[in-house]
Design a binder for this molecule. Structure first.
Ligand code: LLP
Length: 453
């Protein structure tokens, strides 16, 4: 057995340059004059002008990904809604892009809904889900004239029915079903298994009870079913399996209640490449598995094919984004590890400490050089676990260099915090050689805005 003091084996340098990392970078990434450029903008210049830490989002990649979903789902079936899951990354500029790309928006809270309202997003294209929407959030959604609400539990259904009846409106609803399929991903982001806080289980008959109740309650109109089996899923067979289960349930509903299910929403969850060897399924293949799966299963059961929806979040934004940091100090512990400390950390990227997520990193001002060393990119927070990338192959670097952590466009800004009263980084969008602020960097005044002293 190894003695506790034996240094752990460390990863070895992989000699890759930025040019080898294109699979995890935005589609417009290129290396020019030794620097990493994104959206026609030199990221090193950008870091100097806008400051670090900084989230950089490539508009072209976001628009391309949204349009891929539209293309490869509607290619197979005309009535498919592509509903972007705002929880992955949401700013007013992002809402506008979603609208312009002819997509819908999924909100998981009153706050996300407020973004849609403020941006003037067409409300009939908004859906709200969540396992404990408060009465206030339900009322806000109704008052905004939201398109659909995904009902998660019986209490919520009764509340929604009462609130809608009071207002004299009828709200379209989907019933969230847990199909009992465990997706092949991290335990914390599995949602469709039987043991889940989300939705109505099929096996205990709860989902059927929920559908029947939705049909009889005033103020709500049962339109269809919703599922979401998890996130960062690579293999598509779990989607196919869950679709089989859901369409089987559509058939049961038809037989038992005489109602046909007019909408089937299969949720999001398609994985992305965080590491160079990652090979997630493509949007094209996802579209085919989902749409053909639903069509074939409906045919098998003699059902009319419903309107469909998909709810991608991560696969729209993750690879569109990077985070730029400045190296503040370098600490080499001989034979053990080299720590590179950056001006951010777990407050702008909690995913490494929360899920053990893996990221690729490179030195933006030495992007053409090979990654010849191994270092751990550590944040500036008061926790040993505040690591952004553990044992990362990196170019040789010095204090003042700009480190770029790749594929941080999804679930980094949206899960960021003010731990240690750290101000959140700003978000810039780059496009066609120009950049603009989408969110300015926070200030100390922002930190104290709601503090009443
Ligand atoms: N629809 C529903 C109902 C969801 O709950 C989610 C994500 C999505 C769609 C979008 O899934 P995506 O395409 O992004 O996988 N914080 C975790 C991810 C949590 C996902 C929660 N639900 C992470 O950083 O990995």
């Amino acid at each position: 057995m190894a003695r506790p003091s034996t240094p752990r084996p460390v990863a070895s340098p992989d000699l890759l340059t930025a040019a080898d990392l294109m699979a995890v970078l935005p589609m417009t990434a290129e290396v020019k004059d030794g620097h990493l450029w994104i959206g026609g903008v030199d990221t090193v210049e950008l870091a100097r002008e806008a400051g670090t830490a900084l989230y950089v989002m490539d508009e072209a990649t976001i628009r391309f990904q949204l349009s891929e979903y539209v293309k490869w789902t509607r290619y197979h079936w005309k009535d498919v809604d592509v509903v972007y899951a705002g929880k992955a990354f949401l700013t007013l500029a992002m809402v506008k892009i979603v609208e312009e790309e002819d997509c819908c928006l999924l909100c998981a809270s009153g706050g996300e809904l407020a973004y849609a309202v403020r941006a003037g997003f067409p409300m009939d294209r908004v859906q709200m889900h969540g396992n404990n929407k408060t009465p206030a959030e339900l009322a806000e959604a109704l008052d905004a004239g939201i398109g659909r609400i995904v009902v998660d539990n019986f209490e919520e259904m009764e509340r929604l029915s009462a609130l809608a009846s009071e207002r004299g409106v009828t709200q379209r609803v989907l019933i969230r079903v847990t199909p009992g399929v465990a997706a092949d991903t991290h335990d914390f982001i599995i949602t469709g298994a039987e043991d889940s806080k989300f939705g109505f289980g099929l096996n205990q008959g709860l989902a059927m009870q929920a559908v029947k109740r939705a049909i009889e309650l005033p103020g709500i109109e049962f339109e269809g079913l919703h599922m979401h089996i998890g996130s960062q899923i690579f293999a598509l067979h779990s989607f196919a399996k869950a679709i089989e289960v859901m369409v089987g349930f559509m058939r049961e509903i038809q037989v038992e209640t005489g109602h046909s299910v007019r909408m089937l929403d299969v949720g999001g969850g398609l994985g992305v490449a965080y590491g160079v060897p990652d090979e997630p399924s493509t949007v094209k293949d996802f579209g085919k598995v989902v749409v053909d799966g639903i069509k074939e299963e409906c045919e098998r059961h003699g059902l009319t094919v419903p309107r469909m929806a998909v709810e991608p979040g991560r696969s729209i934004v993750a690879n569109a984004g990077v985070t730029l940091y400045t190296v503040g100090s370098i600490k080499e512990i001989p034979g053990i590890r080299t720590y590179v400390a950056i001006d951010g950390g777990m407050s702008d990227n909690i995913r490494t400490s929360l899920y053990g997520a893996h990221y690729e990193a490179l030195v933006a001002d030495r992007a053409d050089q090979p990654r010849e060393m191994i270092a751990t990119i550590a944040g500036k927070h008061c926790e040993s676990g505040d690591i952004v990338v553990k044992d990362a192959p990196l170019q040789h670097l010095e204090v003042g260099d700009i480190v770029c952590v790749c594929a941080t466009g999804g679930y980094c800004h949206s899960m960021s915090s003010n731990y240690n009263k750290q101000v959140r980084p700003g978000v810039v969008f780059v496009r066609d050689g120009a950049w603009r602020w989408s969110l300015r960097r926070e200030t100390y005044d922002d930190l104290m805005r709601s503090d009443l002293g």
